[in-house]
Design a binder for this molecule. Structure first.
Ligand code: DAH
Length: 339
């Protein structure tokens, strides 16, 4: 019996196969239920007791050797199948394009973070508004040109329902609901019936700011806006406030920053003045406080409003506002590195 086993062992060591099927045939021949090796286990019953130990060990060794040899033969064909067209698991995966934030979202988040650090919370109001919140409560006289059909989108026959033309409407909503102190900013989308060009769009975004409390002064306004300008455009940035007019603030001002491109030397961006305008602001008109049932003898406050597109255009040197709305990925993916 041992002789037979040793012969088989030699035979198995010399096995070869030229295809996966041949290897499978060998497995059937030697290892399947009726194969040669399981047969040996049958014959093992008749082995005299004193030889059982050595014969048993030999059969087990033979079985292990057969399994290993035949598995190796099979694997060799599995590998060659991989190189001949099936999926190669060692190749790098397919590239999955990762999106990027929209530049307007990036700038809005930066503005929210900058004001958040000095205690301003965030609130939002409706885009479809009524005349009271967009104009009347903000002290726009009945014949004010901003109410004109040329600026305002009306969406029904009812002239009282309109798309807000600025986020200043949210000032009124907040002051109607919340008694001072109020310290918040209101980012949002606004709508104006304007011809679309490189500099103007009929839909754009603003951030409004409002601070109402006892003893809020113009100096507080100036200091807050200086802090904002430096955080947004760099610590070397200077600001300049020019007298202006808005119905809902008194006094009113427009704020310029020193040109982000030339630093004040004079260039195309600042039209050789060294300054670029970025927002409107002022002390909240007492009449506006009264409209919201806030006592103007007790409280004062400041407000400001800026266009997010304008800030983004200055910061990234973008010269056409339409790029923000076309969603051309070649434009958008340039902002991938920003957060
Ligand atoms: N609402 C103004 C606009 O759309 C911007 C503005 C100016 C907002 C002065 C203010 C402000 O809060 O005080 O042009």
């Amino acid at each position: 019996m041992l002789d037979k086993i040793n012969k088989l062992l030699e035979e198995i060591k010399g096995l070869s196969a030229s295809s996966a099927e041949e290897a499978e045939q060998l497995r059937i021949k030697y290892l399947s239920k009726k194969g040669i090796i399981p047969q040996l286990f049958q014959e093992f019953k008749d082995v005299p007791n004193d030889q059982k130990k050595s014969v048993g060990q030999a059969i087990n060794q033979l079985k292990a050797a057969a399994q290993e040899t035949i598995n190796n033969l099979k694997e060799q064909f599995e590998e060659s199948q991989l190189t001949s067209g099936a999926t190669d698991l060692t190749l790098p995966g397919t590239f999955m394009p990762v999106g990027s934030r929209h530049p307007l979202s990036i700038i809005r988040k930066q503005i929210v973070d900058i004001f958040g650090r000095i205690g301003f919370t965030v609130a939002e109001g409706p885009e479809i508004e009524d005349d009271w919140h967009v104009f009347e409560a903000l002290n726009f006289p009945p014949e004010h040109p901003a109410r004109d059909m040329q600026d305002t989108f009306f969406i029904t026959q009812d002239p009282d329902i309109l798309l807000r033309t600025h986020t200043s409407s949210v000032q009124i909503r907040v002051m109607e609901q919340q008694k001072p102190p109020v310290r918040a900013i209101f980012p949002g989308r606004v709508f104006r019936n304007e011809a679309i060009s490189a500099r103007a769009h009929c839909i754009f975004h603003q951030v409004e700011g409002l601070y109402i409390d006892e003893d809020v002064s113009f100096a507080d306004l100036r200091q807050t806006l200086l802090y904002f300008a430096k955080e947004m455009f760099g610590q070397e940035t200077r600001i300049r406030l020019r007298p202006s007019y808005f119905p809902f603030t008194e006094p009113s001002a427009e704020m310029d920053i020193s040109c982000t491109l030339c630093g004040g030397e004079g260039c195309n961006i600042c039209k050789h003045t060294g300054w670029v305008e970025i927002l409107g602001c002022g002390m909240v008109d007492p009449a506006v406080l009264s409209n919201c049932e806030i006592d103007p003898d007790k409280y004062t406050g400041f407000a400001f409003g800026m266009g997010i597109e304008r800030i983004a255009m200055l910061k990234y040197q973008i010269n056409d506002i339409r790029l923000f709305f076309e969603n051309d990925v070649r434009f958008l993916e340039q902002f991938r590195a920003e957060s």
